[in-house]
Design a protein around this ligand. Sequence first.
Ligand code: PLP
Length: 491
Amino acid sequence: MRNPMFVFDEKMADLVLGYCRQRLALDPVPLDYGGYAASLPSSLRDVLGGLISPEGNDPARVLELFSDHLATAVISADSPRYLSFIPAAPTKASLLFDMVVSSGSLHGTSWLEAAGAVAAENQVLTFLAELAGLPKGAGGCFVSGGSAANLSALMVARDTASLRGNTTQRPRIACTDEAHSSVGKALHVLGVEPFLVPAVDHRLSGEVLEAALSSDQPGAADVVGVVATAGTTNAGLIDDLSGVGAVARRRGLWFHVDGAYGCGALLSPAARPLFDGMELVDSFVVDPHKWLFAPYDCAALIYRQPALAKAVHTQDAAYLDVIHVALPGSAGAGAAGAGDGEAGTTGAGPGAAGSGAETDTGDEPWNPTDYAYHLSRRARGLPLWFSLAVYGTDAYRDAVETALANARAAAALISATPYLELVREPTLSIVLFRRKGWSRSDYENWSARLLADQVAFVTPTSWEGEPTARFALLHPDTTADIVREIIETMA
Ligand SMILES: Cc1ncc(COP(=O)(O)O)c(C=O)c1O
């Protein structure tokens, strides 16, 4: 008898797809509750008790348990009332296509196995590279998140330093203490010391970087790369990308931009000048699961010269040799051969030279596994690809610009509210403000109450040592009315 796990069960399919259909139709989705003990309807341990058993369970019972007890204990990051951390706002098309990726077990490790998926992912990477102003030939892969992308990019920065003339045994990467925590974590994993440059008004500038590198600060000569942030998580600030990029170019440093949150705004022509200097990067990351309206988990990691990344990241094993050989019939088979170490050359990437973006994707053998520290990978760029193809880039531009406008409107409302104080005008879509007279515990109590009342999920942060309220406004449906409703609870 066949193992029933591998037999299509129409009833179970109807059950689960019915749930998905219902969730997708919710407008808006409920905010729900996370791990706040006071808001949990019952002990999760009690709910889950005995569920994993030799005999299994009726799927209807398990789904009901999930729907009634587990799903409600997950705050909906895609709710327009979720304004903490960095929210999610996946489009309906991207969520639907995520189910296609799951149903089809779509993977995207190598061209040999998954040319169709890889070609589509590369079409999106080319689009993003062009937005950043990178030349043809730029490319990379989708990884699970900004943290994975930063680690993968900085590994290339470290391992290619000698090609740029720095043979230090103690490589360092310059950044400010405003860089995302994942940058510090990546450097720790890589055994690379940060070379801390003071931030001026919370931003890294080319001038201060140059001064630090020219000083007798210990480690200055060991610096092999620099990380700038395009959209800090706490405040949405953008470093002096053109100044930092110019210093990096002059000194032969790897220039990485962490735009995990902020680079979504590259889609806005109005915001684009804020990113001047992006065209100088050696690598950058933007998380579509943040401000490009894709489902988790999806980060685009793009290199100016993918061959450099390939030389660092390609995994060698006897059983993998087959994915690195030239594929008969492929237009550019073998053009960027495995581990070829063509430092300083441009690989046959998603935007490989010779033709326009529309025609130069889809023909080149390309192994996404070669461009980050991973091997097997889900074709996680496809939900974004489908959604971009369906709705068009204008709809994305409009959604990004709505968030930018919502942030400006929220800032204006805060400025006009006597009991509040705007910390600074928003650069992107994050708004920092204070309730006059409140302590940290006032903010925390208010935040818990907001969630318990299902008004919003807004967590406090701090700014220059003071407790501060923070709105991250990237869902286009976070209306002025929602913002006003939240603000009125602080009176
Ligand atoms: C600027 C920045 N970099 C990196 C990250 C880490 O990204 P992820 O959570 O996708 O790993 C974040 C997350 O908020 C971020 O805002």
